[in-house]
Design a protein around this ligand. Structure first.
Ligand SMILES: *[C@@H]1O[C@H](CO)[C@@H](O)[C@H](O)[C@H]1NC(C)=O
Ligand SMILES: *[C@@H]1O[C@H](CO)[C@@H](O)[C@H](O)[C@H]1NC(C)=O
Ligand SMILES: *[C@@H]1O[C@H](CO)[C@@H](O)[C@H](O)[C@H]1NC(C)=O
Length: 249
């Protein structure tokens, strides 16, 4: 018997295993790595059991019909600890809600791989370091709220290319440098940036060092005088009708 007949069924067997293998272990392992970097003093992550085939039954985790994680909802959950690069493996993640905890450390550049992300809410934590340029790759992002942390450095101009960005809150950090005004940033006002002492530019009403002052408003030019009123030329005297009065004679 030729050797290729021996294992003809193996490809079928592998295909049968795929629904478990594709997302389950990878995404469960990624979230479990996150759990291990956290201090969970309120035990909200007790159901995060790495021996299950996928994380879809874990509390605070939502999956789609293909058992791939689409939401992580851990806002206001009493968590401290750090984010992990493995979160960047959740390729279908749409909502990463981690606001109002006590998370510290930096945003891993790998979060820029979460291209399905619609909402990234990390506000009200103790995160620091710079906002990674890679977040500009989050082309489906609509809500980016990083306010009330300790982020430093410039606002990455890459964020201006996220065309669907509707809400941006970078307020109350330690950001500095010029606030971009182009692309998606044309929508945002000073409310998105208040509480960062080092930011400058037209949006925050503060001149950037070494840059010319904001272009002054155009000088108030008086309305040009109207052209002199040209009098309507007098009408020619009405031509008298020819005298047709019959002569009395
Ligand atoms: C994830 O992001 C990192 C850094 O941005 C990059 O080097 C890596 O190739 C990405 N991985 C995937 C699977 O896209
Ligand atoms: C961020 O804060 C941690 C303490 O939480 C500190 O060890 C680290 O050096 C800080 N990193 C940056 C880039 O400021
Ligand atoms: C905004 O301007 C910066 C350069 O100042 C550029 O790198 C960026 O691509 C621009 N964004 C858009 C959306 O054109």
């Amino acid at each position: 018997m030729p050797p290729h007949h021996v294992a003809w069924w193996r490809p079928l067997f592998l295909i049968a295993l795929m629904p478990i293998g594709v997302f389950g272990n990878l995404e469960g392992d990624a979230l479990f790595a996150f759990r291990q970097s956290l201090i969970d003093s309120s035990n909200v992550l007790q159901s995060w059991d790495s021996t299950l085939v996928n994380p879809c039954t874990w509390f605070h985790v939502t999956c789609n019909a293909e058992n791939s994680v689409v939401r992580v909802d851990l806002g206001n959950a009493g968590l401290s600890g750090t984010l992990v690069p493995q979160l960047g493996l959740l390729s279908n993640l749409q909502y990463l809600e981690l606001y109002s905890n006590d998370l510290s450390g930096v945003i891993p550049v790998e979060l820029g791989n979460l291209t399905a992300l619609v909402s990234l809410d990390l506000y009200q934590n103790n995160l620091n370091g710079t906002i990674p340029d890679s977040l500009g790759q989050l082309s489906n992002l609509q809500f980016l709220r990083l306010n009330d942390n300790s982020f430093t450095g410039n606002i990455p101009v890459s964020l201006t290319t996220i065309t669907g960005l509707q809400e941006l809150d970078l307020s109350y950090n330690d950001l500095f440098g010029e606030v971009p005004t182009n692309g998606s940033f044309s929508l945002f006002t000073s409310i998105s940036f208040v509480g960062n002492k080092g930011l400058c530019g037209a949006v925050v009403g503060k001149q950037c060092p070494g840059q010319p002052p904001f272009s002054p408003p155009p000088p108030h030019t008086a309305t040009p005088p109207l052209p002199p009123h040209t009098a309507t030329p007098p009408l020619p005297p009405p031509s008298l009708p020819p005298d047709t009065t019959p002569s009395p004679y």
